[in-house]
Design a protein around this ligand. Structure first.
Ligand code: HAM
Length: 426
């Protein structure tokens, strides 16, 4: 029986990969421009990093983690997100001893055992950016600014930035109490999980997808009305900085995010071009996470962009595939050897070159060059070779010219430069 990929785990095929590379390149350029450095962290971590970091009573930890016991009896988990791992690495390697402020980003796959549907997978990729060590609301605004700048640079339109404040350790208990009181009266409407959450973590009832729970929580009190003066002041400053930068936002008092570590600023960027899974990015401040995972009292803020959702929103008319610059059509032993000499020189110049391996006729080599969407074909015939010449054909205009073999490198380099410049301009 043919072996197929696991449900919710996708192959990203060569004709799609150009988009992914483009998005990653822009992320690196934009983030590094804002002073961020890349960090690469393991895919597997000790389970307790996530149960303590994300929160025991969250959907992710309760239901969605790929957890197993290794041969030494350790409980390990495929990372469902990157924030906790990045915080662990910052503590473990004492990155704060060099400079307490660290701006880090990472790109890679995450794993959650969710019900797969369009825009929701069991392995999905995130681009994640975090700032550790600053509690100042200026940073909240800067991180959001960088995110929006990045999304614009990749060409996304019709996005909505939604923000909320989730309060802090001091004011959240007051809200939790009010919410519990409100939901206790409606507890008959709640599913079994939410009945339990009512006692362990009532905020998580907002994440429940069961219709009756959604109805029960529809008119629940909103956290923004319970935050303390300090949190209100922080939120006002974040909004002020966003306004100063000319960034539009929408207040979404119902957004509580699905992870327990958030404090104060929370935000999402949604696209109305996506279906029910419309959040392209989620993020926020988490000033207690470091302590939860056994570290120091260090504030943090960041976001993660879902790459599958982002890539699905890229403009359809933009070319992301890197086609060959040149196809060399060579016939006969002698000319193939000459082609190899030329190819070697062209590759050293970063020119993308393709060749026929099967000794086919000129006609079928031209057909293949066309199929591969090569920009130029260099025809190396025995007769031309004797005269030290080759024919260069522009596959778009169909114009051909004879050029001296000794000039090939210069001529091709110049033409390719023109094509690349043209691509960048459009
Ligand atoms: P999150 O909201 O769970 O936050 O995920 C962030 C983004 O990842 C979502 O907005 C979505 O685009 C994408 N995503 C999440 N789950 C899936 C899935 N099953 N399939 C496809 N895409 C998905 C976090 O992960 C936080 N760590 C974000 C953060 C960073 N907060 C502070 N720093």
């Amino acid at each position: 029986m043919e072996i197929k990929a696991i449900r919710g785990f996708n192959d990203i095929l060569p004709d799609e990969v150009g988009k992914w590379q483009f998005v990653e390149e822009v992320a690196r350029e934009v983030f590094e421009g804002f002073g961020f450095s890349e960090i690469r962290i393991p895919i597997l971590e000790r389970t307790e990093l996530f149960s303590r970091g994300i929160g025991e009573a969250t959907d992710i930890v309760e239901k969605e983690m790929y957890t197993f016991t290794d041969k030494s009896g350790n409980s390990l988990t495929l990372r469902p997100e990157a924030t906790a791992s990045m915080a662990r690495a910052y503590l473990e390697h004492q990155i704060y001893s060099f400079d307490p402020v660290a701006k880090l980003y990472c790109i890679g796959p995450m794993f959650r055992y969710e019900r797969p549907q369009k825009g929701r997978y069991r392995q999905f990729y995130q681009i994640d950016a975090e700032v550790f060590g600053v509690g100042n609301p200026m940073v909240d605004a800067e991180v959001i600014l960088m995110l929006i700048h990045f999304l614009k640079r990749v060409g996304l339109e019709k996005l909505e930035l939604q923000i909320n404040s989730l309060g802090c350790r001091d004011c959240r208990p007051l809200y939790r109490g009010e919410l519990k009181k409100f939901l206790t009266e409606k507890s008959f409407q709640l599913c079994e999980d939410c009945q339990r959450r009512l006692h362990t973590n009532p905020l998580r009832i907002f994440d429940c997808k069961v219709e009756t729970c959604k109805e029960a929580i529809a008119d629940a009190p909103q956290v923004i009305n319970f935050i303390c003066n300090e949190c209100q002041g922080h939120f006002n400053q974040v909004k002020g900085y966003l306004e100063a930068a000319g960034l539009g936002y929408v207040l979404n008092p119902r957004m509580v995010r699905g992870l327990d570590y958030y404090t104060r600023t929370a935000f999402e960027v949604v696209s109305y071009q996506l279906g029910s899974q419309n959040a392209v990015t989620g993020g926020g401040r988490y000033d207690n996470l470091f302590q939860e995972i056994g570290g120091l009292d260090i504030p943090g803020i960041g976001f993660a962009i879902g790459m599958e959702r982002l890539v699905s929103l890229l403009p359809k008319d933009k070319a992301f595939v890197r086609y060959p610059h040149l196809f060399i059509a060579a016939m006969g032993e002698e000319t193939i050897k000459e082609a190899y000499r030329i190819i070697n020189q062209l590759h050293l110049q970063g020119i993308r070159v393709e060749l026929d391996y099967e000794g086919k006729s000129l006609k079928s080599q031209m057909r293949r060059a066309d199929k591969l969407k090569a920009q130029y074909v260099l025809i190396l015939g025995r007769e031309e070779l004797k005269r030290g010449k080759a024919i260069l054909r522009n596959m778009e205009s169909k114009l051909q010219e004879e050029i001296p073999i000794s000039d090939i490198l210069n001529v091709v380099r110049e033409k390719v430069k023109g094509v690349e410049q043209g691509n960048r301009d459009c």
